[in-house]
Write a protein that binds this ligand. Structure first.
Ligand SMILES: CC(C)(COP(=O)(O)OP(=O)(O)OC[C@H]1O[C@@H](n2cnc3c(N)ncnc32)[C@H](O)[C@@H]1OP(=O)(O)O)[C@@H](O)C(=O)NCCC(=O)NCCS
Length: 161
């Protein structure tokens, strides 16, 4: 897998860049994002720079695929979509996402995640994506439904090819 750029109607999926470090640090400081995803313990700008700098390597090694969700107008980061725990033998991975507070409620997550999932599940890619979502995360549950995920267990949703 290599990191793609995908143009959509409301946003763009693209590789992370060094200039995005401040947006990543801001996201890591958002209590809702902290609760819904697994940010690192070190959430400094330097740590964000390291995380961004190693994204291509993580992808090449099949460890993770992390893309920025950016505004079409100014290319500023408004969110993230990513794959982790990639199991090539089973063709499965965990999928995660967040959207910055001031960009929520406009359908950005739905559009970005639907497109990212379709890309990951395209021929030659994975066959199943699992999203771990707390039952009280109503917005994320709605996004999962919008994007064709089916309930798999108490905290898990799956979208298959
Ligand atoms: C979940 C999250 C990604 C949604 O981003 P978004 O861009 O606002 O999502 P969208 O606008 O595409 O869609 C949100 C959906 O949730 C619904 N929604 C939002 N808040 C809601 C609430 N409190 N109760 C019910 N539905 C709600 C919206 O109506 C919309 O559904 P619809 O398309 O059927 O109308 C964003 O809120 C977020 O990043 N939260 C914090 C991090 C997080 O939870 N990450 C996911 C971990 S599993």
């Amino acid at each position: 897998m290599s990191l793609p750029t995908v143009e959509l109607a409301k946003c763009r999926l693209r590789p992370w860049r060094a200039a995005d470090a401040d947006a990543l640090v801001a996201a890591w400081a958002d209590p809702e994002i902290l609760q819904g995803s697994s940010p690192p313990e070190d959430r400094s700008v330097a740590a964000a720079m390291r995380w961004i700098a190693s994204a291509e390597d993580r992808c090449e090694r099949g460890l993770a695929v992390d893309l920025a969700v950016a505004n079409l107008e100014d290319d500023e980061v408004v969110g993230e979509v990513g794959l982790s725990s990639i199991d090539q033998r089973r063709g499965a991975a965990l999928i995660g996402w967040w959207v910055a507070a001031d960009a929520r409620g406009k359908g950005v997550a739905t559009e970005a995640i639907d497109a990212f999932a379709a890309w990951a599940l395209a021929d030659g890619g994975l066959v199943a994506l699992v999203a771990e979502i707390s039952p009280d995360n109503v917005a994320s549950l709605r996004v999962a439904e919008n994007c064709g995920f089916q309930p798999l267990g108490p905290n898990a949703w799956v979208r298959k090819r």
